[in-house]
Design a protein around this ligand. Structure first.
Ligand code: ZN
Length: 432
């Protein structure tokens, strides 16, 4: 039985590798396609040549990373390395299965972090540096790496440790309690992410009074909202790339603008980007995505609860005895095909939310400024303007710039002919 399971796992891992490789090569083959009409003029010829080099370099690193991870995963599976690690942590000093589980998690995550460091180092200090994006110092890089490592060790050990204790207590029904714990954790972090996690890596300061703050306050008020918390984050500590986002739930909701966004966009364009963020708020997108994730995790936990006690799961990874850690790893690998199917669905839902958020900004009268703001943001980050349609469907949480600009222009035009303006076609992702 465990041999068949191992073969399934290897086939799934290989299928995922093949699918992502095919999608990437399709995307690569479209990189030099002519720039769409609505986006002409974003790059001059020099910048375009630079963009093409940058896109290919990023693609190459992605490819090396993917091949390396695939080969490594196959080696780990075939040699039964995880089973060996699991036996190794069952030493007399750690007779308590909870400590054995945590030791397993700490060692495996340490190894994974160490393997990932050369890739992120090269990407930050060679590629991003070469194209003028990188602002991260070596000191910041190592401090950030250490902090995210510590954070992931602590969070995963506590969460998986608690889930294990629930399993020990409730056996088959543990998934209901585990789900409740996860939902509580997710809501907690949705609410306090800005207060607890972001300050570890960046500084956030309230947007100072002035032209921009007044313009934003007027825009927020005229859209019928009351968001007082508008923050500026020092994204320039890491990169010149700019962004803005809406975060938090209930009383903790806030709009966060990157300082780089404020440097690169005009006041009108920033207000338009904010209009898009208000669209997310008005459509309760944070709650919707949270709901989506809860359903996904519930399905995961339920299926896991059916399989967790099966001794074939740990044995498939080379374990000589039953172990919660090995069962969890084997299960997550067996769940790969469901992930492959779900990922494009989740991204599709997210792209619909993005279209509607854009539509909201258009309804507020910011259509033209949103387009010019988005174009600047894409140009300044040397974004690929011709992604392959299939690549968009699988990997893009936002529609492509071309799709967004066309949709915004269409809706803006419809609204200026007030007879039958309706945003019905939004969400029709295939429309180009
Ligand atoms: Zn958005």
């Amino acid at each position: 039985m465990e041999k068949i399971l191992l073969i399934y796992i290897i086939v799934f891992v290989a299928a995922e590798f093949i699918i992502s490789s095919v999608l990437s090569s399709l995307n690569r083959s479209w990189m030099s396609h002519p720039i769409p009409n609505v986006l002409k003029g974003i790059y001059d010829s020099n910048t375009y040549a630079k963009q093409q080099r940058y896109a290919r370099e990023c693609d190459r690193i992605g490819w090396i990373d993917r091949v390396f991870s695939f080969i490594l995963t196959i080696i780990v599976l075939v040699t039964g390395l995880l089973g060996w690690l699991n036996d190794a942590v069952c030493v007399p000093a750690f007779t308590n299965p909870l400590w054995q589980l945590i030791l397993f998690l700490v060692i495996s995550q340490t190894v994974m972090t160490l393997i990932g460091i050369p890739f992120s180092y090269y990407s930050t200090f060679v590629v991003e540096q070469r194209y003028g994006f990188n602002k991260t110092t070596h000191r910041t890089f190592w401090a950030d790496t250490a902090k995210s490592f510590a954070l992931s060790i602590v969070l995963s050990s506590v969460l998986i440790g608690v889930i294990f204790l629930l399993y020990q207590t409730w056996r088959d029904d543990f998934w209901i309690y585990a789900l409740a714990v996860c939902v509580a954790v997710m809501i907690f972090f949705s609410m306090f992410y800005s207060n607890l996690i972001v300050p570890l890596f960046n500084k956030q300061t309230p947007l100072e009074p002035g032209e921009l703050r007044s313009a934003i306050e007027i825009a927020v008020k005229s859209a019928g909202f009351s968001i007082k918390d508008i923050y500026v984050i020092n994204g320039s500590k890491h990169s010149t790339k700019a962004n803005a986002y809406f975060t938090g739930l209930g009383r903790t909701k806030r709009v966060v603008l990157y300082d780089t966004l404020i440097q690169q966009l005009t006041t009108e364009e920033i207000v338009a980007v904010l209009g898009h963020e208000l669209g997310h708020y008005s459509h309760h997108d944070t709650w919707k995505m949270l709901g989506f994730n809860i359903v996904y995790i519930a399905v995961n936990f339920y299926v896991f609860s059916l399989l967790v006690s099966n001794p074939a799961l740990p044995k498939a990874l080379g374990g000589t005895q039953w172990s919660f850690a090995l069962a969890l790893v084997a299960f997550s690998l067996l769940f790969t095909p469901i992930d492959i199917i779900l990922k494009p669905i989740i991204n599709w839902a997210s792209r619909i939310n993005e279209y509607y958020a854009d539509a909201f900004a258009v309804e507020c009268g910011y259509g033209k400024e949103l387009i010019s703001g988005l174009k600047k943001l894409h140009a300044n980050s040397l974004s690929n303007l011709t992604p392959h349609p299939l690549y968009i469907k699988f990997h893009f949480s936002h529609p492509s710039l071309e799709q967004r600009v066309i949709a915004i222009q269409d809706y803006d035009r419809e609204l200026s002919q007030p007879n039958d303006a309706e945003y019905g076609h939004y969400g029709d992702d295939d429309k180009k």
